[in-house]
Structures are given as C-alpha cells and as structure tokens.
Ligand binder design. Structure first.
Ligand code: AMP
Length: 290
C-alpha cells in the first residue's frame, strides 16, 4: 500500500482477500458524508489499531419508506479526501460496497434485534430502524471480524444496542463509544445538519441548550427521582419557536435506558427535536459522582 494512500475496497471478495494479510483491525462503520464527528472516531481507531477499516454504506434496511434513503448525501470523493488527510500514512482501508449485494448477498433474509433496548426513545418514531442497524453491523462484523469497533455516543441508543448484540454474538470484539463532537456553539455534528438553513440551525440549538440546563439542575436534585421527572416536564413546557417540537426528552438510566433508580450510577439526558421536518438527536451523559 502506498504510504500516503487510502485503499478503496468495493467488493466483499476484495475485502476477504485483504483481510488474509492484515490483523489488529479497528472498524468505523459509517454511512459517509463524513464530518468532524466521524473523523474523531476514525482518528481514535487509527491511534489504537495497526489497521483501520472505515465502512461507507448507506444501509437501506435502517430507513423507513418515508425517510431520506434516496436523498441521503453520497459524497465518496470528498469522504476519501478527508480520510486521506486524517490517515497520515497509516494503514487505512475504506470499504464502500459497489452494490447492496456486497453486504447482503441475494436472498439474505435474516434480521436481528435487541428487544430490551427498543420500544423507547428513537425507536418509537423509527420502528424498524434499529433492526436495520443491528443487521448491517452483524454483516460488517461477520465480514471484517474487527478487534475493536468505534461508535459515536451521539447515537446512544444505537451504542447500547450494538454493545448488547456484540456481547451475545461477537464477544471478542471490543465496542468503543466515542464522545459527541460539537460545533463551537454546542450543536452536535450530524450529516442531517446539512438539511438545515442558517435560521433553522439557530433554532436547533434549543436541543443542546435544554440538555445543558437540565444537566446543571440535575446536580441539585439527583438522586431525588421525583424531581428528575419534574425537571423533564418543566423543560418540555418551556415556550419554543413555532417550527420546532419535541419528539422526546427523557432522563433515564444510561445502562438500561429504563427509568432512573436509586441504584443508577450513570444517567443520560436524551432528547430528540424536530426542526421543521428534520429530526435531530443529542444527549448528555452524567455520572452519579460528578
Ligand atoms: P452515521 O454515518 O450517521 O451512521 O454515523 C457513523 C458513526 O459516527 C456513528 O457511530 C455515529 O454515532 C458517529 N457520529 C455521528 N455524528 C457524531 C458526532 N457528532 N460525534 C461523534 N460521533 C458521531
């Protein structure tokens, strides 16, 4: 491999051939249209593994029929150039399948789910989303057999589900959660921020501001569980711009995604806000001792 080059792999066969010659692999699964949040995962993998494989695959199984699968930004050339600038001569491979069949062979009919983490938060408005995520990660783990895999804490429910699935099916793969990368104003980076106008981006800040205020107030009321739920109700009832609305806002146990209990050691304040039609998510993780 050219020391400054990133190797592009477009088929499962090519991937299998390369994997015969490399070991110690960090995997960063993405859908492309890379931003600094993705790059923070990639940098971490590069610093912790001899080889990094970045998958770029817009997974049809995790989109509902009314979602943005066809419009989802596909920007492979720009993504490759960002990866090249980040990889600095390290062994980096990009798996960007040339067709869906490279990931799901013809007649592939299995789907996976982790029911205990579903029926809540994002799964309410995206009913089959996590089944699609689990299934694609299952396929990527099976094809690549990484030693470590990197996921953003921004998609906290996804991280919980993948940790649970991996514990059962791929116990040797270490799942690593990477902190949320934010703009200087606090807005969590997301490929979907591209759909927002300048004014909508300002409105979107209501999400992080609310979570941050709640985190401040929580310091004063945890472990009083009744007060936690009052905090959520109060935050939801604050007046907001007419083009935004809450999908959900919750304070929950970060390990179970269930109600906070006296025994909870980590909680997460998780929110999802619609800005016009664009649904954004964010969260803040809080340790009991902090
Ligand atoms: P996606 O391409 O949206 O599927 O995201 C690929 C990975 O990047 C997922 O593990 C996301 O959680 C992670 N990610 C996306 N945005 C951010 C961010 N702002 N900070 C950290 N990780 C992120």
């Amino acid at each position: 491999m050219d020391r400054q080059m990133v190797q592009l792999i477009t088929s499962a066969n090519e991937l299998t051939a390369i994997l015969e010659n490399i070991s110690s692999i960090g995997l960063v699964p993405t859908m492309g249209n890379l931003h600094k949040g993705h790059l923070s995962l990639i940098k971490k993998s590069i610093s912790e593994n001899k080889n990094t494989i970045i998958s770029i695959f817009v997974n049809p199984k995790q989109f509902s029929p009314n979602e943005d699968f066809t419009e989802y930004p596909r920007t492979l050339e720009q993504d490759l150039s960002k990866i090249k600038n980040t990889s600095k001569g390290k062994n980096v491979y990009v798996f960007s399948p040339k067709s869906i069949e490279e990931v799901y062979p013809p007649n592939f009919s299995t789907t996976l789910r982790v029911p205990s983490f579903e029926n809540k938060l994002c799964a309410i408005s995206r009913p089959n989303h996590f089944e699609g995520v689990c299934t694609v990660i299952y396929r990527l783990f099976t094809l690549i057999k990484p030693n470590q895999a990197y996921f953003g804490q921004k998609d906290f429910q996804q991280l919980c589900i993948i940790k649970a699935m991996s514990k059962d099916l791929f116990p040797k793969i270490k799942i690593i959660g990477v902190p949320i990368y934010r703009d200087s104003n606090g807005l969590a980076l997301s490929s979907r921020n591209k759909y927002l106008s300048i004014n909508e981006k300002k409105d979107a800040l209501h999400l992080f501001k609310t979570l941050k205020n709640m985190a401040e107030q929580m310091k004063m009321c945890w472990p009083n569980i009744k007060k936690l739920s009052q905090l959520t109700t109060d935050a939801k009832n604050l007046p907001i711009a007419t083009n935004i609305r809450w999908d959900y806002l919750s304070i929950i146990d970060a390990n179970t995604l269930e109600q906070v209990r006296d025994t909870s050691t980590q909680v997460i304040i998780a929110g999802s806000l619609y800005v016009n039609k664009i649904r954004l998510i964010d969260n803040i993780l809080i340790n009991k001792e902090s």
